[in-house]
Ligand binder design. Structure first.
Ligand code: SAM
Ligand code: TMP
Ligand code: ZN
Length: 416
């Protein structure tokens, strides 16, 4: 895996994509590993890094300057299990149908997914007996996928793994990924790997949190250690152009607070939808190609931080209790950037067993099982899982019925 961290004396660094020398436009301060839910005995050894963001005007990539090494984040203790959300399972079922519609004329279809996690997507291909391979470096989640009958390996995808895959299985009809491409600093090596792996008429379909939504709604919580990039159509176009790929479609998604599905193929191999030029134009109008946009974004983040803290402090000073709801990876940035501590919220309720009984990264707020929530309703619940709000509001009607209130912060800070 080609992962070369830059370490220069001034604050500049080389863009992860085009090597252009760039400088961060803001810092979110010291941040921990967002998925590192830990025990008290590990507090003293917790890893922190300065989380700074930069925009490259040459290739339009919004990126982190520093982050922990991939091995520190993705290993046998990875805490994110995709299968915890029913809505996401439905989402990936529909995603898989779209993939199949692109490869229906292929007599020997082969689907490769990176970041296959617990098999939430590939299970749809396995059930149809379609040749598939999941590649994911986090052993614990891969083992769960194998128990579901999915063919998967524990590895970091790159061009070397692509070569091995072609030798063993032949070339792929579809390369798919969700919420993983944006995690990979050595993104050029991924594109090299895709180029090696794909059949000439193969299709690349992946989705990630969308920069356009983050800027529009100031959802800076999408910025955390794992998210090396927040992509736009402009940045993806540049990243893939080097190997002769072009965007053939772009489909906005509601998942993760606003994502974009990117569909690419070798130049000229497939018809290009008019969505591509339309969305590229919208991005231009929104300023996603201009460094000025990110100066405004920085001011908006600072304003949100002030507002959220004062809301929590006002509630606490009136003697009411607040608990966090859903210990999402995204909440790590909110909590640590805003300085939310155990003095503001008593605990965070979450459904993931591996997080329960531990403490939140950085601020060390206790994580309690979701089943305890209804035993001990707080006066207010701070909705860290806002991207799952439909599902959560539907199942927590009793909380509201007995007088509980939600604090939400996307798209604005509200008490409902
Ligand atoms: N695709 C799932 C979803 O959308 O719910 C899981 C997304 S999870 C946030 C990111 C996954 O990507 C993790 O399981 C992680 O281990 C994996 N990952 C990180 N770097 C990778 C790489 N270079 N190749 C393959 N998988 C990778
Ligand atoms: P994500 O937003 O990063 O996908 O994180 C999902 C987290 O939210 C995961 O730890 C499980 C938790 N969660 C709940 O606690 N209750 C819920 O109803 C849902 C949908 C998620
Ligand atoms: Zn660049």
């Amino acid at each position: 895996m080609k992962y070369n961290k830059t370490d220069k004396k001034d604050n500049t660094f080389n863009c992860w994509v085009c090597s252009n020398e760039i400088e961060p436009f803001m810092s979110f301060g010291k941040q921990p590993i967002a998925n590192n839910f830990l025990l008290e005995k590990d507090f003293d050894n917790e890893y922190f890094f300065e989380m700074e963001t930069a925009f490259c005007p040459n290739c339009y990539s919004f990126q982190l300057k520093n982050q922990p090494s991939p091995e520190q984040m993705f290993n046998e203790n990875y805490a994110f299990f995709s299968g915890t959300s029913k809505l996401m399972a439905d989402h990936f079922k529909k995603f898989s149908s779209m993939v199949l519609s692109f490869i229906e004329s292929d007599k020997d279809p082969f689907v490769v997914e990176i970041g296959s996690n617990d098999g939430i997507m590939l299970t749809n291909f396995a059930k149809k007996n379609i040749k598939h391979l999941g590649i994911d470096p986090s052993e614990n989640v891969v083992n769960v996928s194998k128990e579901k009958g999915i063919n998967a390996v524990v590895d970091f995808f790159d061009e070397e793994v692509a070569k091995k895959t072609v030798e063993k299985y032949g070339k792929a009809s579809a390369f798919i990924a969700a919420n993983v491409m944006c995690h990979i600093p050595y993104i050029n090596s991924i594109v090299d790997g895709i180029d090696i792996l794909m059949k000439d008429d193969g299709v690349v379909i992946f989705e990630d949190p969308y920069l356009g939504e983050v800027v529009k709604k100031t959802t800076y919580d999408q910025i955390y250690d794992e998210h090396t990039f927040l992509f736009s159509a402009h940045s993806i176009k540049e990243i893939f152009a080097r190997k002769g790929f072009e965007l053939i479609d772009l489909i906005p998604q509601e998942t993760h607070g606003g994502s974009m599905r990117y569909i690419l193929a070798k130049k000229g191999a497939r018809t290009v939808s008019k969505n591509v030029s339309e969305i590229l134009n919208l991005e231009q109008d929104q300023g996603l190609t201009s460094p000025e946009t990110f100066k405004i974004f920085k001011n908006n983040c600072e304003e949100y931080k002030r507002k959220l803290l004062s809301t929590l402090e006002e509630i606490r000073s009136s003697g009411k209790s607040i608990a966090g709801y859903a210990a999402t990876s995204k909440s790590t940035t909110i909590i640590n950037y805003c300085g939310i501590t155990n003095n503001h919220i008593d605990c965070i309720y979450d459904t993931t067993p591996i997080k329960q009984g531990k403490f939140s990264p950085g601020s060390h707020i206790p994580i309690k099982p979701h089943s305890d929530f209804s035993q001990n309703y707080p006066d207010y619940a701070l909705l860290f899982g806002y991207n799952h709000s439909k599902e959560i509001f539907a199942k927590e009607k009793d909380f509201v019925a007995q007088g509980g209130k939600w604090i939400t912060y996307v798209p604005d800070i509200k008490i409902i």
